[in-house]
Design a protein. Structure first.
Length: 454
């Protein structure tokens, strides 16, 4: 009998490709999608909120880089915590991250729907949200991966729209206030700015950074991951954060303060102010296309994470491990994600992004703690790892993540606590009262073949 070798992943991605993936996942236009909500919380100091979020994410990105180099596999926070701290803690971190994955498509559809309703107010919001869910779910069930195939074109289109938006904003400010108005400091601090407001805004703004950690899922397909992945993680966070701060600053110059007809679609109002009806239509098209493609990718990622957990019996295998016999996709997981998206009909942008950030901040905190645990283990083995990289930086990252977590929406904290309680109960069931180790998702550390992807 002819035995063919099992197919292996190909190490074909270099630094540029990995960074572009991270930036595409972050969706640069999202800073405009949540601008009005963050402005309302910060009293008109959106760039300061993004600057604080950027500083927090850089410390956490540093820790992700350390763990990605130590464990070059695709399991991200779940694997890092499991191997550095404890298998049960790793399971609960993975469980918390599921909250992030579950609600991410919902937030994307909600933001897209809010902007379409602003343009077509006679159409109810629920029509747009249901439309997003039905079309996206249908495409994913059939296995069409539009977002991946047009990734580079989508990035170019988004950056082009953002660039035009910023230039028109600066032109508007120059014509109305002169050159001196371009260097105004009030977008960073003004009479309405408070520490608690900036913290609350940063907690929402951190949603925009989800993606720097997503690049770790490409570890097994990256050339020289121990060197490439830490650089890619830091560059994704730094470049994305710089874009967010710059765009938020230009936008806040055009519209000082935090008063909007509808905070959920504030940037659309500003687009009409700086560019008239024509540019506002282009802006709307750019945002909707970005949200649509991002929704496809997010729903596909969520369904495949659930499939992996079902395949390995971390979740019930019969449902979550199901693959459609014709389309060869995890159809039940895709439908479940679409059904969860219907919750958007009862939520606003601020609350729903807080749900996302509860899972994200929990994972971020424990990845920082994992670096400290790794340092302590290495010191007991007689090694002397760098104290800044392995102790001080992750400690700062964990402290800031916990601080931002504490400033999330109250509903998000309640839901997160309930979700974690369910996770503890489910873990007790899986481990027969914590007497056996929890099931483990399998991520190989074998060296995939180096080569060029087709």
């Amino acid at each position: 009998m002819d035995h063919h070798p099992a197919p292996q992943l190909v190490r074909a991605l270099k630094l540029r490709a990995v960074v572009l993936f991270g930036l595409a996942y972050m969706t640069p236009m999202i800073v405009l999608g949540t601008f009005g909500v963050v402005a309302s919380d910060t009293g008109g100091a959106v760039p300061m909120a993004y600057l604080l979020a950027l500083l927090a994410m850089l410390f956490t990105a540093h820790s992700y880089g350390k763990m990605a180099a130590a464990h070059p596999v695709a399991g991200s926070a779940y694997t890092y915590v499991r191997r550095a701290i404890d298998s049960r803690v790793g399971f609960l971190v993975g469980w918390a991250t599921l909250l992030d994955y579950f609600f991410l498509p919902m937030v994307i559809w909600l933001i897209g729907g809010a902007y379409l309703q602003a343009q077509f107010p006679q159409v109810p919001l629920w029509v747009w949200i249901v439309g997003f869910i039905v079309v996206t779910t249908g495409l994913n069930v059939r296995g069409i991966r539009t977002a991946e195939r047009v990734n580079d074109l989508l990035m170019i289109f988004q950056l082009l729209v953002i660039g035009i938006f910023v230039l028109l904003s600066l032109r508007h400010v120059f014509h109305t206030g002169g050159a001196g108005a371009l260097a105004d400091s009030t977008p960073f601090a003004n009479h309405a700015t408070t520490l608690s407001g900036i913290s609350a805004g940063a907690a929402i703004a951190a949603y925009s950074f989800l993606g720097f950690d997503a690049v770790t899922t490409l570890t097994e397909e990256t050339v020289d991951p121990k060197r490439t992945m830490p650089r890619a993680i830091m560059l994704t966070a730094l470049i994305g954060g710089t874009i967010f701060v710059a765009v938020a600053y230009a936008t806040q110059l055009v519209h000082p303060g935090s008063s909007f007809d509808d905070p959920s679609s504030a940037a659309f109002e500003i687009a009409k102010t700086i560019g008239g009806d024509l540019f506002s239509s282009v802006f709307l098209a750019g945002l909707v296309v970005a949200q649509f493609a991002s929704g496809i990718a997010a729903q596909a990622s969520t369904s495949r994470l659930l499939y992996a957990m079902g395949r390995d019996s971390v979740l019930p295998r019969r449902f979550f491990g199901y693959v459609h016999p014709r389309f060869l996709t995890p159809a039940l997981n895709i439908l479940l994600t679409g059904a969860v998206g219907l919750i958007a009909l009862r939520l606003d942008v601020a609350t729903s992004t807080s749900f996302i950030n509860f899972g994200a901040f929990t994972a971020f905190t424990f990845v920082n703690v994992s670096v400290i645990a790794t340092c302590l283990r290495r010191r007991r083995a007689g090694e002397h790892p760098n104290r800044f990289s392995y102790l001080l930086a992750p400690a700062i990252g964990a402290a800031v993540d916990l601080w931002l977590l504490a400033h999330l929406d109250g509903k998000a904290l309640t839901l997160g606590a309930v979700w974690l309680a369910l996770g503890v109960g489910y873990l007790a069931y899986l481990t027969k009262g914590f007497r056996t180790p929890p099931p483990e998702m399998e991520f190989t550390e074998e060296e995939p073949v180096a080569g060029t992807a087709k």
